[in-house]
Design a binder for this molecule. Structure first.
Ligand SMILES: [Zn+2]
Length: 409
C-alpha cells in the first residue's frame, strides 16, 4: 500500500480531523466537488484542496467519471475508491455459514455458504467457522493489507462492546464465548460481532432504506423476531448489548410459551416457523385451503413461500393467517411507535415476502391504537437488501472506524 503523505501548514491534529471529516463527506455523499464539500462541511476551500489531493494520491479517494454540470463538462468530482480495502462479512445462520466479500461501499464481490448440521456442537461450529474464514482470507490476499477486517452476525445474544456471544439460538450448551477475541487472535485482523438482526439493521442504515434516516427501527422476522434501534444515526445497543429484542414484547397473556420462558411473546405468533405451524394445524384440522393442493397433500412440505403463493390465489386461510400475523405485529409496532417516535420502520427477513398482506393489517392496528402524532410521522416499509443484509451490516462498524482513522500524517 502507498505510504502516508505529509502535508502543509495546519497543525497535525486539525489536519487529521479535517481529513477524516472530508473523507467521511466524500464517502457518504460522493461524487462531490471540492466546492460542495467546502460548503456543506463548513471548511474553507483551501483546507479542502489541501486534504483532497493527498487523499487522492493515497488512493483512498478517486475522481469520478460522472459529470457534475449540465453541460457535461467534467468537473472535479470525487468519490471514495471502493476497492481501497475489502471487508469479509459472515452470517452464522442456524444451519449454514454465509460469507460475502465486499468492497468499502457494500458491493458484493463474491459470496458463498457452507451448511452444517445442528448436532455439530460448539467445538465443531467454531472449528468450521475458523477453517472457512481462513480459506476466505487466503483468497483475498491478506498479505497486501487489503482486508480491513471481519464482521460477523450470529443468531444469538451478543454483546457488541466486547464481541462475546452469550448464547447461540440453535446450539445448546453454548455458554459464553469471546468470539471476537478468538477471531482477532487467530487472524490478526479487526473483528466486529453483532446479533444477526442488529447486523441487518446496520446494513439497512448504510446500504438500505435507513440510509438517510437518523431515527428508524429495523424489524427482522424470520426464524425469530429481532431488530435494531437507530437513534440519532447510532445503533442503540443498551446496557448489556441486547437492545432490539422486539420479538419478546408480550402481546397475549394467554398465548403460547416462548423460547425465552415467557408466554404470548410477539415471536410466538409472527416468526416464520410459528406461521407455518399454524397453517399446518389448520389444514390438518380440515380447513379447506389451496395450501393443501400446492403441497400435494404433504403437509410437511408447507413453507412460508407456499403460504404466499396460496394468498396470491386468494386462498381464505392464507389471507387469515397473514391478517392475524399483521395484527399481532401491529400490536408490537404500536408500542414501538408510541415509545420511540421513529421516522421509519423497515421490516426485513422472510416476512418481507408477504408485502401488503402484512402491511394492511399492521396499518389498520396502527390507525386504531397508536398515538396520532407519532403515527402520522412514521413510514412502514420492506427491506430491499435481501439475503446479504446481515453480512453486509456486520462490517459497517469496521468501515465506520476506518473512516475516522488518521489517514494523513
Ligand atoms: Zn419471548
Amino acid at each position: 500500500m502507498p505510504s502516508k503523505i505529509s502535508a502543509v501548514q495546519l497543525s497535525p491534529f486539525s489536519r487529521q480531523y479535517n481529513a477524516s471529516s472530508i473523507f467521511a463527506h466524500i464517502f457518504h455523499r460522493g461524487p462531490v466537488t471540492q466546492r460542495e464539500i467546502s460548503k456543506t462541511a463548513g471548511l474553507s476551500f483551501a483546507t479542502v484542496t489541501s486534504v483532497v489531493s493527498p487523499l487522492e494520491k493515497l488512493g483512498i479517494i478517486q475522481r469520478s467519471t460522472a459529470s457534475s454540470t449540465n453541460t457535461g463538462r467534467p468537473a472535479g468530482l470525487y468519490k471514495c475508491n471502493p476497492t481501497y480495502r475489502h471487508v469479509l462479512g459472515i452470517e452464522a445462520r442456524k444451519d449454514e455459514l454465509f460469507f460475502i466479500l465486499s468492497d468499502l461501499q457494500g458491493h458484493v464481490l463474491s459470496q458463498n455458504s457452507i451448511s452444517y448440521d445442528k448436532k455439530i456442537g460448539k467445538e465443531g461450529f467454531l472449528n468450521l467457522l475458523l477453517r472457512e474464514t481462513k480459506d476466505k482470507i487466503a483468497r483475498v490476499g491478506a498479505k497486501e493489507n487489503k482486508l480491513l477486517g471481519i464482521g460477523i452476525g450470529v443468531a444469538g445474544l451478543v454483546n457488541p462492546a466486547n464481541g462475546s456471544v452469550a448464547m447461540l439460538s440453535h446450539l445448546s450448551n453454548w455458554g459464553s464465548i469471546p468470539l471476537r477475541e478468538i477471531m482477532e487472535e487467530k487472524f490478526k485482523l479487526k473483528v466486529s460481532v453483532h446479533n444477526l438482526a442488529a447486523a441487518a439493521a446496520l446494513g439497512e442504515s448504510w446500504y438500505g432504506l435507513g440510509r438517510d434516516k437518523a431515527n428508524f427501527l429495523f424489524l427482522s422476522v424470520t426464524d425469530g423476531v429481532g431488530g435494531g434501534i437507530f437513534i440519532n444515526d447510532q445503533l442503540y445497543t443498551g446496557t448489556s448489548g441486547t437492545a432490539g429484542e422486539f420479538g419478546h414484547i408480550s402481546v397475549d397473556d394467554h398465548g403460547p410459551v416462548c423460547t425465552c420462558g415467557n408466554v404470548g411473546c410477539l415471536e410466538t405468533f409472527t416468526s416464520v416457523p410459528a406461521i407455518v405451524q399454524s397453517a399446518r394445524k389448520s389444514v390438518s384440522d380440515g380447513v379447506s385451503s389451496a395450501i393443501k393442493e400446492i403441497v400435494g397433500g404433504d403437509l410437511d412440505k408447507i413453507t412460508f413461500s407456499t403460504l404466499v403463493e396460496a394468498a396470491k390465489r386468494e386462498d381464505k386461510l392464507a389471507y387469515k393467517l397473514f391478517t392475524d400475523v399483521g395484527r399481532y405485529l401491529g400490536e408490537g409496532i404500536v408500542s414501538l411507535v408510541n415509545l420511540l417516535n421513529p421516522e421509519m420502520i423497515v421490516i426485513g427477513g422472510d416476512l418481507a415476502q408477504a408485502g401488503s398482506l402484512i402491511l394492511d393489517p399492521v396499518n389498520d392496528v396502527l390507525k386504531r391504537q397508536a398515538l396520532e402524532v407519532p403515527r402520522k410521522s412514521v413510514e412502514i416499509v420492506f427491506s430491499g437488501l435481501g439475503d446479504s443484509a446481515s453480512a453486509l451490516g456486520s462490517v459497517v462498524p469496521l468501515i465506520e472506524e476506518f473512516i475516522t482513522l488518521p489517514l494523513l500524517e
